[in-house]
Design a protein around this ligand. Structure first.
Ligand code: ADP
Ligand code: MG
Length: 217
């Protein structure tokens, strides 16, 4: 049996008001593959990611993560990490505290956690930022920390919802390139949502187009 990092089989997402945002979508992501999901605003990109993460209910079809049907599985147990446009960092924790978050209560020693945090901060290009307060970071730095925090969980699958779209163009182009290197070094599969063609092409192994709740190619 072939096992995808992520597989969507005929997935529909319907909101509580009855609006169907995703109409029977099929998608396969191979282990280690970076897929960009490209489409205009309102085409259903976030709905797809949120359905995979369990933040919205999938009203028909199946979502499999690493071969496991995740119907009924809560978000934090699905084996995927998410990075949002605004990072959603914990403002009361330091940079290191944010990255350490998912490593706490896992039986790791403090020294192990410290080493792993250092590893991920190094990978995202912020080796000396551990003690910094979140409020002192630039937008680009905050998104790097959000990425490190998600990678630290080592889920093998990252869902990124326009993580660079709040940054200015120049920084976005530079970070898109770097992001590809980081995801590859972390050996992570990813679905990367964007409405920017260039960013999609820079970052992804494969670009998938969405329109009106459907994948069009
Ligand atoms: P994208 O991320 O591609 O911009 P979304 O997945 O956010 O698109 O939205 C797809 C469609 O679903 C849009 O028409 C949007 O208005 C609708 N939608 C999103 N969230 C909700 C919600 N909570 N309730 C009803 N409709 C929603
Ligand atoms: Mg969106």
């Amino acid at each position: 049996m072939s096992e995808y990092a992520l597989e969507l089989q005929n997935v529909t997402v319907t909101y509580t008001d009855g609006f169907e945002a995703l109409h029977g979508v099929d998608l396969q992501v191979s282990p280690g593959e970076i897929v960009a999901l490209l489409g205009p605003s309102g085409s259903g990109k976030s709905s797809l990611l949120r359905g995979v993460a369990g933040l919205e209910a999938v009203t028909s079809g199946r979502v499999l993560i690493a071969g496991q049907d995740v119907a009924g599985v809560p978000t934090h147990k699905r084996g995927c990490g998410m990075v949002f446009q605004d990072g959603q960092l914990f403002p009361h924790r330091t940079v290191a505290g944010n990255v350490a978050y998912s490593l706490e209560h896992t039986g790791r020693s403090r020294a192990q956690i410290r080493d792993e945090v250092a590893h991920w901060l190094n990978l995202v290009g912020l080796p000396d930022y551990g003690p910094r307060a979140i409020t002192t970071l630039s937008g680009g730095q905050a998104q790097r920390v959000a990425l490190a925090r998600s990678l630290a969980r080592r889920t093998g699958l990252l869902l990124l919802d326009e993580p660079l779209s709040a940054l200015d163009r120049e920084l976005r182009e530079q970070l898109a390139l770097e992001l590809r290197g980081i995801l590859t070094a972390a050996d992570s599969s990813a679905v990367y949502v964007t409405h920017d063609h260039e960013e999609a092409n820079t970052l992804a192994d494969r670009v998938v187009y969405m329109r009106d709740g459907e994948i069009t190619g």
